[in-house]
Design a protein around this ligand. Structure first.
Ligand code: FES
Length: 152
């Protein structure tokens, strides 16, 4: 059964909100979002990532996120629980210079951790910053406590 929550209230992304990062972190592109505390919370099943939500504490609250990378995954992916309580997945590679992204809690956006601070809405549409292109997103669904992201 698909338990994906539908957003009945349109979210208004705010480009004036930023993730707090130091100049050092921005120059070197050090993102705020961590790898999952429990590395066993996710695995690859065919062309999908399966995340056991009971093991992914970081995704329990709106504004939270985790980086999914490694384990021979062909792309880096940022998974967030948006301000609207819905899960979203983005290719975690800014279209400007390839840096990672972070969710902007309360902003309804994700944002590059680099100096250019390219900002995208939850559909991946570019709103602000140095990038010229939208960011790729991946379909997400929730089934029986598992988050499934089709990356293929
Ligand atoms: S790498 Fe993202 S704005 Fe430059």
């Amino acid at each position: 059964m698909n338990e994906t929550v539908q957003n009945d209230k349109p979210l208004e992304p705010q480009t004036e909100k930023f993730v707090k990062r130091s100049i050092f972190q921005r120059i070197f592109g050090i993102c705020a979002t961590k790898l999952p505390q429990n590395a066993n919370c996710w695995k690859i099943v065919g062309e999908e990532i399966e995340i056991d939500l009971s093991l992914a504490e970081e995704l329990s609250n709106s504004g939270g996120g985790i980086r999914i990378e490694g384990k021979n995954l062909p792309v880096r992916i940022l998974i967030i629980k948006g301000d609207d309580g819905v899960y979203y997945a983005f290719q975690n590679r800014c279209t400007h210079g390839g840096r990672r992204l972070d969710p902007v809690s309360g902003g309804g956006t994700v944002q590059c951790c680099s100096m250019g601070r390219s900002t995208f809405d939850y559909s991946g549409r570019l709103l602000a910053g140095s990038a010229k292109d939208n960011i790729k997103t991946f379909p997400v669904r929730v089934e029986e406590g598992k988050l499934r992201i089709a990356f293929g």
